[in-house]
Design a protein around this ligand. Structure first.
Ligand SMILES: C=C(O[C@H]1C=CC=C(C(=O)O)[C@@H]1O)C(=O)O
Length: 440
């Protein structure tokens, strides 16, 4: 684990042990640019339906890995928050001191998990816009915040050259991955495993530099129902909400069960028949809902779970979806820590399987893939325990200026067919391939 203010060497102590404190000022912003207008190449991003957060710069950060990554992040964040001086004139979801974060799917990942405090944050919620400026020790004013925003925005949005991509398989070829799926199906029969999620990666290389902001803008505009995220080099648009915590109420959108819209007949009943009437899809979905509910229940006083799912329509696919909500149990004044909650909920059976431990072990054995942040929690949290954390799906890691590694996975149950699952991964790669300009 390393914890440090962003501009100091990696091994530096935390802000609080150095004796300085974070200061955070949130003020309303008149004449704010739209979030997509404000996106710049290195912006941090969390946007859905043109609302959310765009951040600039970093003033403090945590990186860590291994089994303690959530606990260590919680400790780091707790230290920052205890000492922080926060002036929040708005008190809406996303105002005040906020950190962006992304956690790896696996405790065995060689990649880092991260939490960081941006220097500046532009927020929009329910028609209100605000600007938050964070600093270490110095007092900063709303005028400084506005001047800094203007300076960030004076950097021109990059022009997007005609992209020219070549695609290659990642850890496994398509044939190898299909045999992995077949092995997964066999294991379900042999090992009293009920569901397993198997993923694969592909690599998109461009002869031109990839514009991170152009890709995010395309995702925000096309995938309005999804949460478009850009946290470090991990970008995407996820349709799945692991947990949204606002004033003690937690909400999740659980997804599992997929039908490709490409080539689907123009028949209004088609998606319903393929999803709601399919025992395989309903079963796959049920495992995901049960896993979320099982882990959320100990933290909740009141859980509301729909009796049956609905069909969520996205530009690329239809999914079975269930919106779960809960009142979080308080310990005196205190709500459960956001990161402790994330640690308990992650990974659900939408991205791992049932039972969780057996599925996780089999994923490691079969996939030959370090998932990195793919299928891990991605989002933001504030000082009071609010936050929005999606499951990092339909995304890519920008490995360098010309290379994006894309990930997609599928829920495997006894009735799964490897060829159909392979086709489903292509439907799930589509949002990112189109946003990159690598697919029409
Ligand atoms: C694992 C992924 O999707 C999950 C979420 C929705 C539907 C899924 C499915 O039908 O398999 C997956 O559980 C992915 O997009 O990589």
């Amino acid at each position: 684990m390393t914890t440090q203010p962003a501009d100091r060497p990696k091994a530096a102590p935390t802000a609080s042990t150095l004796g300085f404190v974070l200061r955070s000022l949130t003020a309303p912003l008149a004449d704010a640019p739209s979030l997509t207008e404000a996106l710049r190449e290195d912006s941090h991003c969390w946007v859905r339906r043109n609302e959310g957060l765009i951040g600039f710069g970093r003033i403090a950060e945590f990186t860590g890995n291994g089994p303690e990554r959530f606990a260590e992040a919680q400790q780091w964040w707790g230290e920052q928050v205890t000492q922080a001086r926060i002036e929040d004139q708005l008190r809406v979801h996303g105002s005040g001191l906020v950190a962006f974060g992304s956690f790896t799917f696996s405790k065995f990942s060689k990649q880092d998990s991260q939490l960081f405090v941006p220097r500046l944050l532009l927020g929009v919620r329910d028609g209100t816009s605000w600007l938050t400026i964070n600093s270490v020790d110095d007092d900063v004013s709303a005028e400084t915040a506005r001047a800094e925003l203007a300076s960030y925005l004076s950097a021109p949005a990059p022009t997007v050259p005609d992209p020219d991509f070549s695609l290659s398989t990642g850890a496994l070829s398509e044939a190898e991955w299909m045999s992995v799926v077949a092995a997964g199906v066999a294991a379900i029969s042999d090992r009293s495993l009920e569901k397993l999620v198997l993923a694969r990666d592909i690599v998109a290389r461009s002869s031109q530099p990839i514009s991170r902001s152009a890709v995010l803008r395309a995702l925000i505009e096309r995938y309005r129902e999804c949460w478009s995220y850009g946290v470090g080099n991990f970008i995407g648009a996820t349709p799945e909400m692991l947990i949204d915590i606002e004033a003690g109420v937690a909400r999740a959108r659980v997804l599992a069960g997929t039908v490709d819209r490409a080539g689907a007949p123009e028949d209004p009943g088609y998606a319903d028949r393929m999803l709601m009437d399919s025992e395989k899809q309903r079963q796959e979905h049920e495992f995901a809902v049960k896993s979320l509910v099982r882990e959320l229940a100990p933290f909740a006083t009141d859980l509301s779970v729909p009796i049956k799912p609905f069909v969520l329509e996205l530009p690329n696919v239809w999914h079975l979806a269930s919106d779960v909500s809960a009142e979080l149990a308080r310990n005196g004044e205190h709500l459960p820590g956001t990161l402790a909650l994330l640690e308990a909920l992650h990974p659900t059976a939408a991205v791992c399987g049932t039972p969780r431990a057996e599925a996780g072990a089999l994923i490691r054995e079969l996939e030959h893939l370090d998932r990195g942040p793919y299928a891990g929690p991605v989002g933001w949290l504030d000082a009071a325990g609010n936050g929005e954390w999606g499951i990092g799906l339909r995304g890519a890691v920008l490995e360098d200026s010309h290379t994006a590694r894309l990930y997609a996975g599928c829920g495997i149950v006894q009735a799964s067919d490897p060829q159909a699952e392979l086709a489903e991964t292509w439907a799930k790669f589509r949002p990112m391939l189109q946003a990159l300009g690598a697919e029409a």
